[in-house]
Design a binder for this molecule. Structure first.
Ligand code: FE2
Length: 295
């Protein structure tokens, strides 16, 4: 979803850091000697940083670079999806500097009693982005889409309810019961609870639950890999929706291709303005740095 940070949210919150990632800094401090040897040491230090970056976060970044090779392309090979998901599956909160003991939600960020979602960016380029969402209990990332994108979501901490839809093909939804045009038929792809630790969820441009909603049952942290990223200039902005049950539009049921047994697996989505809950506050990232490498 497009991240719009609340104007009043300059009060960025700092998540606690579990691991002090200062080993690299210590190595650099030890560097002494002539200018030439300093140069060698600096070069070596950089090499050490990358070599020591067998960290999962660094591997995740490197794999993203391989997988999202071209700008604006979201259709990935299965092997690429598996490679990225495999790394994310094994990631734990500490890999991005977080503790399972959550104290990093900002209660002051609640808006009119609605708990607000925090957001931090780990990395962004034109081909992909890495970010973390922080949801206090009862916070919600409202139903939104990901136009032309593939998104990997790894729940690092907490328990949340996930609801996800894909659009039904136009031909499939065309029948004598066509509802008012502001509603569009969608098929439910997920509607259940996820608890960390769990495997990575992947959604695609037209499948896998491209339109989804996260609702926190307990405080949650979700690591997202998005490729390509949201971009207003390139026509990839998020749209928000309300959903209503398939059976809530009586006319829709008459003569419908969808029978009563199937009806629970469908819903009508109505485009809405960006809800208040979608306005997030910025969280200062304090986890391990990603070391950018050459293209
Ligand atoms: Fe999303």
């Amino acid at each position: 979803m497009t991240t719009r940070v609340a104007k009043s949210s300059k009060e960025s919150s700092k998540p606690p850091k579990c691991k002090n990632n200062s080993k690299i800094a210590k190595k650099e401090k030890r560097c002494k000697g002539t200018n030439r040897s300093k140069e060698v040491e600096i070069t070596r230090s950089k090499e050490l940083q990358i070599a020591s970056s067998t960290s999962l976060l660094q591997r995740l970044y490197g794999t993203c670079k391989d997988v999202f090779r071209s700008e604006g392309v979201a259709d990935l090979h299965l092997s690429d999806v598996q490679a990225l998901a495999h790394i994310l599956d094994s990631m734990v909160p500490e890999d991005v500097g977080l503790c399972p003991e959550i104290k990093f939600f900002n209660p002051a960020a609640a808006f009119e009693g609605v708990p607000r979602v925090g957001y931090t960016s780990l990395y962004e380029c034109k081909k992909f982005s890495l970010c973390i969402f922080f949801l206090p209990t009862n916070a919600v990332i409202p139903l939104h889409n990901h136009p032309g994108m593939t998104v990997f979501s790894k729940l690092l901490i907490g328990t949340m309810h996930v609801k996800a839809y894909d659009w039904v093909d136009q031909a499939e939804s065309e029948d004598s019961s066509t509802p008012p045009s502001k509603f569009r038929l969608a098929k439910l792809k997920a509607n259940g609870i996820l608890s960390a630790p769990c495997d990575t969820s992947v959604l695609y441009p037209t499948s896998g639950g491209n339109i989804h909603e996260f609702r926190a049952v307990t405080p949650c942290a979700i690591l997202d890999v998005i490729g390509p990223p949201y971009s207003l200039e390139e026509g990839r902005d998020s749209t928000y929706y309300n959903d209503i049950p398939y059976s809530a539009l009586p006319k829709a049921r008459k003569g419908s291709l969808i029978n009563e047994e199937e009806a629970e697996s469908y819903g009508w989505l109505e485009e809405i303005e960006m809800p208040n809950e979608a306005v997030m506050y910025g969280v200062h990232y304090m986890g391990p740095e990603i070391i950018e490498t050459a293209p």
